[in-house]
Design a protein around this ligand. Structure first.
Ligand SMILES: O=C(O)CCC(=O)C(=O)O
Ligand SMILES: [Fe+2]
Length: 349
């Protein structure tokens, strides 16, 4: 079934987002292909997404300038200073399944004032707050926020398309993104194997939210795990984003959409790799809707039977906080000492 492909051959399907707004024939074909590819791979390349190439080039250039700043300028906004998990992390600080990831990154999310915290406010409300921006590079903020708004639009368009492809009204997922979704975004630099202590750029994982919109610069490294366990390279293709589904979208579609495992292999010695990952997630206080499936679609179900009363659908904010506490133990120790039992409890406890 699966033939060996040259390591760098793009082997994911490419879809054209402008087809979603085209006449009924193109639109229907797009929706059929979208569902098929999300069912089979959970990953695709998206072209004609409407994000201006000038803005994309500005984001990549600004990201390279940021990582090239002196370490002190980057440490001025180190994440450990932010109770909202915003800011810069050096390579080797973030963990995936307990193993170090060899990438440095700047995390932002929705720019907002901190949530007013009272004695009964749930801890996950503390995730809301301002981003940290480097004094040394005032132009970073407007470029990244403009790009964040654009990829949010792309992610929401995809959720509308997925809803329609599942025979639902276009706004069936509106509960999770209105008035505003979670907009976690990372600019990332993967140093080469001369710096990285292992080849783990980022370890094998599934994304947690709904839809990821990934921009890659020119160095390959991203791999997607297929059903049979083999790894498929997803190298950069100019003009495209890589789109993948997260775990909440898998659950909300009764397993029809696949949240595939993927990783990034550290680049060879002397090389570096840049990417910008945007994770469209649910508003933290939403109840995630589960799409009812038609009889034909039910036949394609993967046997996942989703219980809408499952806490994951009701406690989105709590799950977002747990995932951040696990990935960033230094921030957890500095700002969440009062709720560390959230993650220290054995799984399922
Ligand atoms: O950098 C990449 O290409 C992918 C990053 C990724 O999978 C993630 O941050 O979740
Ligand atoms: Fe990922």
């Amino acid at each position: 079934m699966s033939e060996a492909l040259p390591a760098d051959a793009p082997s994911l399907t490419t879809l054209d987002l402008s087809d979603f707004h085209a006449g009924p024939q193109r639109r229907d074909a797009f929706l059929t292909d979208l569902l098929e590819v999300l069912y089979q791979q959970g990953f695709l390349y998206l072209t004609r997404h409407g994000v201006d190439q000038v803005l994309i080039d500005q984001v990549l250039a600004a990201s390279k300038r940021f990582f090239a700043l002196p370490l002190d300028d980057k440490l001025q906004i180190e994440m450990v200073r932010s109770p909202h998990f915003r800011g810069y992390n050096r390579a080797g600080l973030e963990l995936t399944r307990g193993q170090q990831d060899w990438r440095e990154q700047l995390d932002i999310n929705t720019e907002a004032a901190p949530y007013p915290v009272g004695p009964d406010t749930p801890a996950w409300r503390r995730l809301q707050g301002p981003n940290l921006w480097p004094d040394a590079m005032p132009e970073l903020r407007p470029v990244l926020l403009a790009y964040q708004a654009e990829v949010t639009r792309v992610g929401i368009e995809l959720l509308k398309a997925i809803a329609v492809a599942l025979g639902q009204p276009e706004n069936a997922f509106a509960e999770i993104y209105e008035p505003g979704p979670s907009q976690l975004m990372k600019i990332i630099r993967y140093p080469g194997r001369d710096v990285a202590e292992t080849d783990q750029g980022v370890g094998a994982h599934r994304d947690g939210g709904f839809v990821t919109v990934l921009l890659q610069d020119t160095t390959p490294g991203l791999r997607v795990q297929a059903d049979d366990g083999s790894w498929i390279a997803a190298p950069p293709v100019p003009g495209t984003f890589v789109i993948n589904a997260g775990e909440l979208l898998e659950l909300a579609t009764n397993g029809l959409v696949r949240a595939a495992i993927h990783d990034v292999v550290a680049p060879p010695a002397g090389n570096e790799r840049f990417s910008v990952a945007f994770f469209l997630g649910s508003r933290p206080d939403a109840v995630v809707p589960v799409m009812p499936l038609s009889d034909d679609l039910k036949q394609a179900e993967r046997g996942l039977s989703v219980d809408p009363l499952n806490p994951i659908f009701r406690e989105v904010g709590q799950n977002q906080l747990k995932s951040r506490l696990r990935s960033h133990p230094d921030v957890a120790a500095a700002h969440y000492a009062d709720v560390l039992d959230l993650i220290e409890r054995p799984a399922g406890g």
